[in-house]
Ligand binder design. Sequence first.
Ligand SMILES: [Zn+2]
Ligand SMILES: [Zn+2]
Length: 382
Amino acid sequence: MADKRDYYEVLGVDRNATDADIKKAYRAIAKKNHPDMNPGDKDAEARFKEASEAYAVLSDAEKRRKYDQFGHSAFEGGGPGGFSGGFDFSDVGDIFGDIFGDLFGGRSRSRNANEPRRGQNVHASVRITFEEACFGTEKELDVTLKDSCSTCHGTGAKPGTTPETCSKCGGKGQVVYTQNSLFGQVRNVQACPDCRGSGKIIREKCTACRGSGYVSNRKTIQVTIPAGIDNGQSIRIRDKGEPGVNGGGRGDLLVEVMVSRHPIFQRQDRDIYSTVPISFARAALGGEMRIPTIDGDVAYDVKAGTQTDTRVRLKGKGVPSLRNKDIRGDHFVTLVVEVPTRLNNEQKDLLRKFDESLNGGSSTGDSTEKPGKKNKGKGLFR
Ligand SMILES: [Zn+2]
Ligand SMILES: [Zn+2]
């Protein structure tokens, strides 16, 4: 894919633009380049689509925040599961309803009730553990899915009868009201109240589906969750949404993934952070220790004289990339030196002797230093 232009650049607004600025900028571009206004003009269509995508993101506070933080990669997809990072172009229609509603007098939304329409997307969520998010997993998800009623084959009419064309709207599913206002006549398009937009009236309803044309079935769906998925990202499962109308395809199932917190690991993108306590003696003397990672414990050689809050980088022990699980982030470990709190008398004596040895061996142990003798600043009880 070619490099995508920055969304702010596409709309010609700066990064601090208000929602109103963004809407205004988008309206201007959309009005000029709308396909209805420029039939057959591919460049205009491309500009319209580009601006629409930019608007879809920047007009949504959550998506805008993600975009500001991660750029286009916040919404990049890929992988066999049809992974979607949250940007769903098929939802764009809803976002623009308010803009095009007044821009084109509802014309862009008017449609023939008999034309094929894709089914709605269905949303679901699944909770997984921190480790499952790192390495990927399979989950079974119970969802209620609508299917075409087998008794009436989706018409909603009792077998042997057929739905009639609605006389109020002539089968269009919409009615147009003309209102007089200060600004002249305003055309308002609304779903037909008699047939509720379907264009058809069912006199005798199918008893199996009560005239809806659908039956709901509980289904178990296998969800493949790719390694590297992060909390709040969604997986798109094609054609597992609601059935379409008039022969249109099914919508998709969008499964939001919620990742549980881990007791010791924290994640930031592909990197993992944790804190590991080490004893004062080990910090001073150095030596091998075990550090927990998502791959299990790894051996780490602590350098002699390690100070508290030393950060250690375990390269390639982070979370795999969603796009390529062989590429992994790093694991950063903060070593915290623990000061012993409960000491017996023998240990206290040993520590005092130790401290004396640092101070040249002339002190008696507590803070009775002779005036004039400089503490070199090495003492443990400084
Ligand atoms: Zn039926
Ligand atoms: Zn009607």
